[in-house]
Design a protein around this ligand. Structure first.
Ligand SMILES: Cc1cc2nc3c(=O)[nH]c(=O)nc-3n(C[C@H](O)[C@H](O)[C@H](O)COP(=O)(O)OP(=O)(O)OC[C@H]3O[C@@H](n4cnc5c(N)ncnc54)[C@H](O)[C@@H]3O)c2cc1C
Length: 143
């Protein structure tokens, strides 16, 4: 069994600056060992611990959808020590991802309708959930 405290090594593939003040960035991460992607079997709504060597670990919602293969995405607001260090990292740098952790949304057909109907504001997890919903054959009718 995989030790749940050991992070999977990942490479930063791409960094997107999301806001004019540059305090919000999305990190696209690729597993260094392709077999680790199989083990990191996540659901929309879960989070992971991002680890930056020598700085620490931070819980961040998974912004990519399980239907998107070959990478993970995380949108990170710069607030303190680890997030500031992460914001200074570059494409090609190596870091760690531990998880997936936490619960997920029940997204059967009725779950999707409920989710879209009741969600009042978009947060980072929602990009994962919305990508997942729109990748499905059966789309919600109420948004
Ligand atoms: C389950 C979960 C999911 C999350 N998902 C996301 C996500 O998707 N995206 C995201 O951006 N965040 C997310 N967060 C929040 C994120 O984990 C924290 O913002 C992150 O851990 C902060 O780490 P840090 O080392 O940068 O901040 P720290 O250095 O630990 O600082 C923590 C807080 O203290 C404040 N602080 C730090 N230093 C000072 C100082 N000198 N003076 C005054 N205040 C100070 C910071 O503003 C910050 O609010 C999530 C949290 C949880 C629990």
């Amino acid at each position: 069994m995989q030790n749940p405290y050991l992070p999977y090594p990942v490479r930063i593939d791409e960094i997107t600056t999301e806001t004019e003040d540059k305090n919000l960035k999305t990190f696209k991460l690729v597993f260094i060992n392709p077999e680790d992607e199989e083990k990191f079997n996540y659901q929309a709504g879960q989070f992971a611990e991002l680890s930056v060597a020598g700085k620490g670990e931070i819980p961040i919602g998974i912004a990519s959808s399980p239907t998107e293969k070959g990478f993970l995405m995380f949108t990170v607001n710069k607030v303190g020590l680890v997030t500031s260090y992460l914001h200074n990292m570059k494409a090609g740098d190596i870091m760690g991802v531990r998880g997936p952790l936490g619960n997920w949304y029940p997204l059967g057909y009725h779950g999707r309708q409920e989710y879209c109907h009741h969600r009042r504001r978009v947060c980072f997890y929602d990009t994962s959930v919305l990508h997942y919903i729109y990748a499905g054959s059966c789309q919600p009718t109420k948004i």
